[in-house]
Write a protein that binds this ligand. Structure first.
Ligand SMILES: [Fe+2]
Length: 440
């Protein structure tokens, strides 16, 4: 079993102590607890979690937050805490057979997020919708502030506490974990909060049968979302098949497309490109050489130098690639990368004769990732360079072959800046000496 870092242990203990103190205080503060409500809503949250659909990145999509939000609005903080704790610790974790550590951490986060959000709602002017027979026109707009503060608090506490745990476990800066794994959840929470208000209102008016009726259309929506996710998987499988077809032609390039996708993603993250564009970039990187399917194997695998005629055939692969994917609707956006990944920054490349910033950004990124992987891989006619040697080589070609920002991003992502610095100092002093010689 993997040894847990000390800071993770300390974090878990602090989290547990905080949650326990909070729970004891709130249980003493509770005037009455309705176990029927706790079990009914606990079951609903568990059902929503069980029917959640896993996402390709982190987590799953479910409406459990909407139900928990409704509980916060309907009841008092102790009830909200117990519903949250009940579903997170008792049901969800038993089902997943989590480790005792995960069980404690999840339970503590459940107590803190539901308890604090519930207190924020009450202290900022919110009231129990069940006690006041629901919301009326006169409650608006003043009720919007406690509602917004409550949803924002729940989101921030949940995502921050989870981000800290991931950061400690995987040694990644907290901000990075939050930005890459959590930030994209904001629209999800904003969309589910109004649904929680509707759940609460319906419960006030029609009780448990009303809630069960409203769950029906949500199940239909869930099926539609599942079909969409299946379609996405089918796209990913199709891209994988095309990549296998490219690599079947040349044993030396096996794994090349995946590595180009990995380096492209690293560059894109350094450049702070939005998440949905990174997804597209990865497809573009995987398929950048799809046109090689149309180039003879004898040319692609030739161990000696290509003739002019053979080189012209190789240069046709961007056009061939575009002709392969152009009729596939979901691959339309990867065309610029396929068409222009052999352009050079000074305009001497091929694929369209573009130069500088007129070369699409995706193509400039794939070009750098492609060259870096080619240099660091074995070829029939040469050994592989080390990553440091390849990075130095690429620095020499900045402005002629490559875009400076993109090469810098790759170097930063590979964390090689420190190792490359002595070379810069050397280059600067050389160029100064050359400058002085010219002046003299
Ligand atoms: Fe290529």
């Amino acid at each position: 079993m993997q040894k847990m870092p000390t800071k993770v242990k300390i974090y878990s203990i602090l989290l547990f102590a905080g949650a326990l103190g909070f729970l004891i205080y709130l249980l003493f503060a509770a005037r009455h607890l309705s176990w029927a409500h706790i079990i009914f809503f606990g079951f609903l949250v568990w059902l929503a979690e069980s029917l959640g659909i896993d996402l390709p990145k982190v987590g799953a999509v479910s409406v459990s937050f909407a139900i928990l939000f409704a509980v916060i609005l309907l009841f008092d903080p102790p009830t909200a805490i117990l519903v949250s704790l009940f579903t997170t610790v008792v049901w969800r974790d038993i089902k997943e057979r989590s480790s005792i550590y995960k069980w404690f951490v999840n339970g503590s986060i459940a107590v803190l997020e539901a308890g604090i959000a519930s207190l924020v709602y009450q202290y900022s002017g919110g009231f129990s919708l069940l006690a006041r027979n629901g919301l009326t026109y006169s409650d608006f707009p003043s009720i919007l502030i406690p509602l917004a503060l409550c949803a924002a608090t729940y989101f921030l506490i949940n995502t921050s506490l989870v981000a800290i745990a991931i950061s400690f476990l995987e040694n990644i800066p907290i901000v990075n974990v939050w930005l890459f794994d959590m930030k994209w959840l904001i629209p999800n929470y904003f969309a589910l909060a109004p649904l929680g208000i509707i759940f609460a209102q319906i419960y006030v008016i029609a009780g448990a049968p009303g809630i069960i009726l409203i769950v029906m259309p949500l199940l239909v929506a869930r099926e539609a979302f599942k079909v969409y996710m299946r379609l996405r998987d089918a796209y990913a499988d199709m891209v994988k098949s095309l990549v296998t077809a490219i690599e079947a032609k040349d044993a030396y390039t096996r794994g090349h497309s995946e590595r180009v996708a990995k380096y492209s993603e690293m560059i894109a993250r350094q450049l702070k490109i939005p998440e949905e564009k990174i997804e597209l970039l990865k497809y573009a990187a995987l398929l950048h050489d799809v046109g090689k399917i149309g180039v003879a194997k004898r040319i692609l695998c030739k161990p000696s130098q290509l003739t002019m005629d053979e080189y012209r055939k190789v240069q046709e692969h961007p056009d061939l690639g575009v002709s392969i994917v152009k009729d596939v609707e979901f691959l339309k956006d990867v065309i610029p990368a396929i068409q222009h990944h052999h352009e050079q920054f000074n305009g001497t490349g091929y694929g369209g004769g573009l130069e500088g910033d007129s070369i699409p950004l995706v193509a400039r990124i794939v070009a750098v990732a492609d060259a870096f992987d080619a240099m660091t891989s074995v070829r029939p006619y040469r050994d592989a360079m080390t990553q440091l040697e390849a990075a130095r080589e690429m620095r020499v070609c900045i402005g002629t072959q490559f875009d400076v920002d993109i090469v810098d991003s790759l170097v930063d992502a590979l964390d090689m800046e420190e190792k490359l610095r002595p070379q810069f100092i050397e280059e600067k002093s050389t160029s100064m000496e050359e400058g002085q010689l010219t002046i003299d």
